[in-house]
Design a protein around this ligand. Structure first.
Ligand code: HEM
Length: 160
């Protein structure tokens, strides 16, 4: 029974276009890299404004509103391309310490963004600049954790 399931999984993996054609993975990964540049780039702009270090001519709530669609687009691109990249070799990725670290940072970064960061950015009379700078520092730190986790995936492989 287990052998059949393993064989069926192996067969389905080999039918998956990402494993059938050598050019699919690099194209999907390139879109994934564009997606994280868009996502982390727009989050960084919001964090810089929250810290009063850039874009200070715009109010924080106004900038949050104009960046939100781009942040959501970046997240959508990542949640389409990422899981598809994952299907290339689920067993390897699940046992990859860097992939696991990335998923933990990703959960924390998304939770922190949609609660603390958005909460602070939406208030017209928000927390003090000191608090805002702390929030921005934690936010960008969590996203850097996601990126380092993503970049580390290639360096770690269960076969070593
Ligand atoms: C939403 C935020 C995300 C960010 C910022 C992000 C970032 C990255 C980065 C920086 C890489 C490395 C690209 C390279 O090696 O050049 C990567 C690769 C990868 N990511 Fe993501 N990612 C995100 C979401 C996801 C999700 C949700 C999944 C899957 C569930 C995922 C799965 C993968 C996989 C499988 C790779 C390929 C690793 C490899 O074999 O080289 N990512 N990601």
């Amino acid at each position: 029974m287990i052998a059949e399931v393993a064989q069926a999984t192996k067969d389905s993996l080999s039918l998956n276009p990402i494993n059938r054609w050598v050019w699919v993975f690099p194209i999907v990964e390139s879109i994934h890299i564009c997606g994280f540049t868009l996502l982390v780039g727009t989050v960084a702009l919001l964090d810089l404004r929250l810290s009063d270090l850039a874009l200070t001519r715009q109010s924080i709530p106004q900038l949050q509103r104009s960046l939100a669609p781009w942040i959501h687009l970046g997240i959508a691109v990542q949640f389409v391309t990422g899981p598809y990249l994952f299907t290339a070799s689920p067993h390897d990725y699940i046992h990859n310490p860097s992939f696991r670290m990335k998923m933990m940072f990703l959960a924390a970064a998304l939770l922190f963004h949609f609660t603390v960061v958005r909460g602070a950015a939406r208030q017209s009379r928000g927390p003090t600049v000191l608090w805002r700078r702390l929030i921005a520092l934690v936010s960008i730190g969590l996203w850097i954790g996601v990126i380092l986790g993503g970049l580390g995936i290639g360096f770690w492989s269960v076969n070593d």
